[in-house]
Design a protein around this ligand. Sequence first.
Ligand code: CO
Length: 208
Amino acid sequence: MNIKQIFVNNQTWINEKLKTDKDYFKKLSVGQNPEYLYIGCSDSRVTAEELMGVQPGDVFVHRNIGNMVPNTDLSVMSVINYAVSVLKVKHIIVCGHYYCTGVKAALQPADLGILNPWLRNIRDVYRLHKAELDSINNEEDKYKRLIELNVQEQCVNVLKTSDVQKAYKERQIAVHGWVFDVHTGKLIDLKIDFNKILEGIMEIYRII
Ligand code: CO
């Protein structure tokens, strides 16, 4: 796409919004009050707002390679802190996607420079679930399962933070693990049983 076209598209979008509500942008400029925090992959095919059918103001979004929540990443930790403590979101979603090249790269023995430490977090997910993953013979199924388990482990990382633990105690904030299937367009709720997963490990991670 021609870069000039983007600005033409922008003006078309403004016109459309103003046609339905002449105060649309005036209202938008007042502030934001999103109920959702979405943590997803930077992959250009996984457009957070479009796949959820939501509008500006509805979702606070953070995207990075592989929808990761590393405990020492200042960027994602700041996003969680602000979304939970200031915006008071009610739901946190970690959304992975099948055919994730970040996850695929983590499965291969290759030196990827600065991506090495980032993708190593995905290798750690593999190590944690090695028995289950090694029992899957079909390569595509194994890769898909790793994507799901990575979402699960990143949700656990979300639950390790003091902000989320506090918000859970005070107002039962909910954490959800989803996967977007690029092949069908379907958004899948992994229906992760956090009570079962956290049983026995929350005594280690509890802060509040
Ligand atoms: Co991806």
